[in-house]
Design a protein around this ligand. Structure first.
Ligand code: UDX
Ligand code: UDX
Length: 460
């Protein structure tokens, strides 16, 4: 039986960083090295000051403090880490393609292929290669073909081990996962990875399957989760027309144990690096097999999500007398959910984009997102010039600056601190009438109205 002594992980991002930190924490007998092309990112992971880690996750600093320098290392020396490792996790990004065939839908696998070629070039001993990144079903076949055609006699086993952690709760999800999924062909290789997780995960939560079920299950899990959000968001629009309250509907249906209460919170739309990308990918794969009805079915989840984001922006414009030109709109929150500094596909970006088309002046406060990131997100859309984005959008460090003289406040992220604000005092600072558009249904509508706000929340 292969005894794993050294692990390498390529990609020190939101997935690779926290996942490997927790592996190292629980496996002091295994040396874990996380490598990345991005020197600045590695430097940040090695920063003495744990506030400067490149990924913000509650509890991550303590895990890194415990393991870093003991058996957890961050490095840019990819070659050395690969060469020394018995097991290599691939955790690089797999963005939606922005060019060529499958543009806007298929996953771009160029980084995965680069990793495989690098592993093939460097390896002198047998390796277990683990797909940690979310990949289209059957990617392992391509990996296998690249790795097994090196002709250097090294044996490669490929495993699929998708990550189900959610950002903001990554550390608790990793410490106490609902399940760990390992797909593979070689029983010994599978067992070697099972043994790593068995250091802290109960045996009955470690599932083993064939490669393709494992790859596909990750896409399907994300598609089902996103589908629940789109489903409740669809109902939120109906609630707004019928005086039903979407939170009450969620609660009522969620108590049915067959439906369950989680993932039924109506919102301005789901974001994050995974949901949209993975569904687009699922749709693309289904279409590529000629399964039009299957593809159309899942595509609707994305269409609904886009509708929800643009509907929220339209509601703001319409309510503010059909013009937001020159009006100051304070955004509370820019991250795609609370407790993370990640903004990828955040609904806030798209809502801002709609409002900027109408020449609104947006002032953004998010407790964890930097000014630089906000401008990057808006510039990336290429809807208008970078100069125009900087003219119309300001990013501030305190909620007070955002709120002062604002015509409206829009809540885009459900940060806990927003609930604790002194809304009575905020009312005094704003222009009258004082509009609040709550895209997370975070505040108490009765209280907000009794304070004199013109308060609008998703689904009510
Ligand atoms: C990514 C994918 O988005 C997700 O689908 C997958 O499940 C896991 O990997 P994440 O960790 O959030 O998730 O991505 P990101 O934060 O962008 O990190 C990827 C890292 O890989 C980056 O730091 C990048 O510099 C690095 N990288 C990328 C390499 O080191 N080598 C490469 O060839 C490409
Ligand atoms: C998701 C999956 O949950 C995780 O298992 C997978 O590994 C990666 O993708 P993540 O994107 O980090 O994780 O966060 P998640 O908590 O799933 O939230 C995704 C988006 O859906 C967020 O924008 C969130 O605000 C939104 N959401 C979630 C809702 O709008 N309502 C809900 O009830 C739940």
């Amino acid at each position: 039986m292969k005894n794993i002594k050294k692990i390498a992980c390529i990609g020190a991002g939101y997935v690779g960083g926290p996942t490997m930190a927790v592996v190292a924490q629980h496996c002091p007998h295994i040396q874990v090295t996380i490598v990345d092309l991005n020197e600045a990112r590695i430097a940040a992971w090695n920063d003495e000051n744990l506030d400067n880690l490149p990924v913000y996750e509650p509890g991550l600093d303590a895990v890194v403090a415990e393991a870093r320098g003991r058996n957890l290392f961050f490095s840019t020396d990819i070659t050395k880490a690969i060469d020394e490792a018995d097991m290599i996790f691939i955790s690089v990004n797999t963005p939606t393609k922005t060019y060529g065939k499958g543009k806007g839908q298929a996953a771009d696998l160029k980084y995965i292929e680069l990793c495989a070629r690098q592993i093939a070039a460097v390896s002198t001993t047998d390796k277990i290669v683990v797909e940690k990144s979310t990949l289209p079903v059957r990617t392992a076949a391509a990996l296998k073909s690249i790795l097994n055609n090196t002709g250097n006699g090294v044996k490669f086993d490929i495993l699929s081990n998708p990550e189900f952690l959610a950002e903001g709760t990554a550390v608790t999800d990793l410490q106490n996962p609902d399940r760990v999924l390992i797909g593979g062909e070689d029983a010994e290789a599978i067992q070697a990875l099972v043994n790593v997780y068995a250091n802290w995960v109960p045996a009955d939560r470690i599932l083993t399957t064939n490669l393709w079920s494992s790859e596909l299950s990750k896409l399907v899990a994300n598609a089902f989760l996103a589908q629940r959000v789109s489903s409740i968001n669809a109902i939120s629009e109906l609630c707004e027309k019928t005086e039903a309250n979407v939170d009450e509907v969620s609660h009522a249906i969620g108590m049915d144990s067959r439906i369950g209460s989680k993932f039924l919170k109506a919102s301005v739309g789901f974001g994050g690096s995974c949901f949209q990308k993975d569904i687009l990918n699922l749709v693309y794969i289904a279409r590529s097999y000629g399964l039009t009805a299957v593809a159309d079915y899942w595509e609707q989840v994305i269409i609904m999500n886009d509708h929800q984001k643009s509907r929220f922006a339209q509601k703001i414009i319409h309510t503010m007398y059909n013009t937001v030109n020159g009006k100051k709109i304070a955004f509370l929150g820019w991250a795609f959910k609370k407790d993370t500094n990640d903004t990828r596909e955040s609904a806030a970006i798209y809502v801002a984009d709609h409002l900027l088309d109408e020449e609104a002046e947006i002032v953004i406060y998010d407790p964890k997102v930097t000014e630089d990131q906000v401008y990057k997100d808006l510039d990336y859309l290429a809807t208008r010039s970078p100069e125009a984005n900087r003219r119309l959008v300001t990013v501030v460090n305190t909620p007070t600056e955002a709120i002062l003289d604002a015509h409206a406040i829009a809540i885009l992220t459900e940060w806990d601190e927003f609930k604790a604000y002194d809304w009575q005092a905020i009312k005094v600072q704003m222009k009258k009438p004082s509009f609040v558009f709550d895209g997370r249904k975070l505040l108490n509508s009765k209280e907000m109205r009794s304070l004199g706000f013109d308060y609008y929340a998703i689904g009510e």
